[in-house]
Design a protein around this ligand. Sequence first.
Ligand code: HEC
Length: 125
Amino acid sequence: MRGLAMLGAGLLVAGSVAFAQDADLARRQAEAAAAMAERVEEETVLAEGEGRAETFAYCTVCHNTALIRRSAFSRDRWDELMDWMAEKHGMNPIEGEFRQAIVDYLAAHYGPRQQGPRGGNPFLN
Ligand code: HEC
């Protein structure tokens, strides 16, 4: 009888472990879905300007635009970043006019913060 009770308890424990694993899996799947959904952005999250379409298309293959929008780099730094992204992170290298269009766009819209109505507030970028 005692053996049966132990068996029952054992089954109960095993059952709740399985349930906890299911819940954990469900939570992780939900998190993954949310992270993917966040990647689905419209081009208009980037500042309007020449080169935006190219930048959006080329730069959102691996990450969303949050990394771009939080950055405030000089033209030189953006230019260097193109090489860094290619060498370190496997981005297809970009050269020539296409590169210039993207770097110009980034420098113009995501350059060192200027004092303005937004006062350089990083949360309003
Ligand atoms: C092949 C994949 C890939 C592509 C395409 C790509 N990136 Fe990245 N990028 C990365 C990875 C990986 C990181 C590093 C993320 C981390 O730090 O965890 C990164 C980081 C960044 C950062 C953060 C740098 C810092 O120091 O804060 C910026 C800004 C950025 N990318 C901009 C761009 C721009 C602009 C483009 C388009 C020209 C681009 N990325 C295209 C993979 C890519």
